[in-house]
Design a protein around this ligand. Structure first.
Ligand SMILES: *[C@@H]1O[C@H](CO)[C@@H](O)[C@H](O)[C@H]1NC(C)=O
Ligand SMILES: [Ca+2]
Ligand SMILES: [Ca+2]
Length: 583
């Protein structure tokens, strides 16, 4: 074999590799999605409730952050028993949030700024105060069949009891009796959220029309709520009666608690995935027309095996982003570096090779990062979310390190808290603390509202923890965040390979490398100093240059660390770049 041939054989795979890697990514593959909880973002008219005009007026802020898309929690007409997740008209805007014209202006402004708008799609249930449900109660057959009904069971004293033992996610029976029809309806969530009947083809078509209606307005896709609960078991397989669910292993908890049962008949049903693939077909009809990809992000707190099914089944495509909740559900401030690595590796291990991972550390249903981890780890968590391979999602306020607000029992409005009937322990499940108003500045109500009362109290400490102050402080969470959104545009973070390690119980580190460039991010989860050896990573030798630090670090960009003995102080988070790389 001639030398020329040999070089050819060596170069060929390299060229193929390079070609794959410079593939132009689609908009959603490289952007950051920023979740806005509209009720708490910005109040434009002083009624104490955030609204659409408030969002429109604040879109430039998203642009400054380097965010390219936002998903909005529900803005649709609702009696607000579950703050908009109980929708009474899927085709209309909730009045206190604005009008359809306001929404169209929001879309227009977003378009000018090149920010994609993603809406929340809540397919599992409607509202007990919707026309659909009211018609059902009047005996209108079409709408009666939109919901899931079942006969009660009479006990020996003639007392009517719910059809079976199913428990609502928000505690107590998942069945509610309606004397108008003499039956119980199913509500996997609050009583005001009757489940829709997906075994009725008219419901399937209606909900596809909801998707089409908003896509026609110009939105870029949907975040799909509570998807795992869509289908219940087919009761015809059980003699026409929904069967009891078996008891879960954990018997410490009381029978009203959702976790008391093993939800084999009401969660993660096979038909649910099929429905997701059908919705993807609808999104793709739109893409076929104009070439612009509409996205779907699915919310399911399920095992990795089940989560991956939302991507597709190998033949049919599903969601581009089945949410990866490991940073929310599986690790916290008390986790070790190994536990963090184990959790992060899960999604990467199970996901199909041709799909992208996604990372999210906070949302409107879970305590804030600063409270769930620690105030010191805010920047470190943002580094993980932004610099791991895949799509980044940020819950509003995580970029400035907002903390859970204190909401007294009297001020508690979240059904998850109220339904405990427990003025002492309600806060352990209430979602109000992570929903307190966004902290814009040090003025009245943190600049969220000019009103005298806000729907939830503003969190304490906003006078020093807000956007305005962090903008004018060079070392702030906000500025770390902005540098991260810039940094992730570098080819090494877009296309680079990934390796991670728990160097000891406290230190988690990961390497990204591409085309001769190597970055190492180091996060000290605990309150102890360490000297670490980063030459563990192949080709990490000599010196590392500091690129970015958490706000408490004494190190500054440009400082050099010795790879073989780098000193990392308590709770320090650093993004480092290898100075001398072997090409
Ligand atoms: C709807 O359900 C809520 C509980 O979530 C209840 O307070 C309300 O009275 C119900 N509305 C009607 C019209 O039944
Ligand atoms: Ca308002
Ligand atoms: Ca359901």
């Amino acid at each position: 074999m001639s030398a020329k041939w040999r070089i050819g054989i060596i170069l060929l795979p390299v060229l193929v590799l390079v070609q794959c890697q410079v593939k132009e990514l689609d908009w959603w593959e490289k952007t950051v999605f920023y979740q806005i909880y509209p009720r708490s973002f910005k109040d434009s008219d002083g009624d104490g409730i955030g609204d659409l005009n408030g969002i429109t007026d604040s879109l430039e802020y998203l642009k400054e952050l380097g965010v390219g898309a936002t998903w909005l929690s529900p803005i649709f007409k609702s009696p607000m028993y579950d703050f908009g997740y109980d929708i009474s008209d899927f085709y209309a805007i909730q009045e206190e949030y604005g009008t359809m014209e306001d929404f169209e202006r929001l879309l227009q402004k977003a378009k000018e700024l090149d920010i994609k708008i993603v809406l929340d799609f809540v397919p599992n249930h409607g509202s007990n105060e919707s026309v659909w449900f009211e018609e059902a109660l009047k005996g209108h057959e079409k709408y009666y069949n939109y919901f899931v009904w079942e006969d009660g069971v009479e006990d020996e004293n003639g007392k009517l009891n719910p059809p079976n033992n199913w428990v609502s996610v928000f505690r107590k029976s998942a069945w509610e009796y309606r004397k108008e029809v003499g039956k119980y309806y199913l509500h996997q969530f609050v009583i005001g959220q009757p489940d829709l009947n997906y075994r009725n083809p008219e419901v399937v078509e209606e909900m596809k029309n909801v998707i089409r209606f908003w896509l026609d307005k110009g939105i870029a896709g949907f975040r799909v709520d509570a998807i795992a609960h869509l289908f219940e078991v087919d009761k015809t397989l059980f003699g026409g009666k929904y069967p009891d669910e078996p008891l879960a292993q954990n018997r410490e908890i009381d029978p009203d608690n959702y976790d008391y049962l093993d939800h084999i008949y009401t969660k993660d049903h096979e038909e649910t995935f099929e429905m997701v693939y059908q919705w993807r077909d609808v999104l793709d009809e739109y893409k076929a027309k104009d070439g612009f990809t509409r996205v779907m992000m699915t919310e399911a707190y399920s095992s990795p095996q089940i989560t991956m099914k939302y991507f597709g089944d190998g033949v049919r495509a599903g969601a581009q982003m089945p949410f990866n909740f490991v940073l929310i559900s599986e690790v916290s401030g008390s986790s070790t570096a190994a536990e963090l690595k184990y959790a992060l590796d899960k999604f990467l291990t199970f996901k199909p090779v041709d799909k992208l991972a996604n990372w999210v550390a906070g949302n409107h249903d879970n305590n804030r990062v600063a409270s769930r981890y620690s105030v010191e780890l805010v920047d470190g968590l943002n580094m993980i979310v932004m610099l791991l391979p895949g799509i980044a999602v940020t819950y509003m306020g995580e970029e400035i390190g907002m903390v859970d607000g204190y909401v007294s029992w009297e001020d508690t409005v979240d059904p998850s808290g109220c339904n405990t009937d427990d003025p002492i322990n309600y806060w352990t499940v209430s979602r109000d603390p992570e929903r307190t108003p966004f902290q814009w500045n040090s003025e009245k109500n943190a600049g969220f509202s000019t009103g005298d009362k806000t729907w939830l109290p503003v969190a304490e400490g906003y006078e020093t923890l807000n956007v305005e102050i962090q903008k004018s402080t060079s070392r702030s969470h906000l500025n770390v965040y902005k540098q991260l959104t810039r940094l992730r545009n570098e080819p090494v973070f877009r296309y680079g390979r990934f390796e991670s390690v728990a160097l000891n119980p406290d230190i988690f580190a990961f390497k990204r490398w591409h085309d001769g460039e190597i970055y190492v991010t180091v996060i000290n989860l605990k309150n102890r100093d360490h000297t670490i050896d980063l030459t563990y990573f192949e080709h990490v030798v000599g010196h590392l240059e500091v690129v970015l630090t958490d706000i408490r670090s004494k190190k500054v960009p440009g400082d050099l660390l010795e790879a073989s003995q780098a000193e990392i102080v308590a709770h320090e988070s650093l993004v480092l770049k290898v100075v001398h790389t072997l090409r």
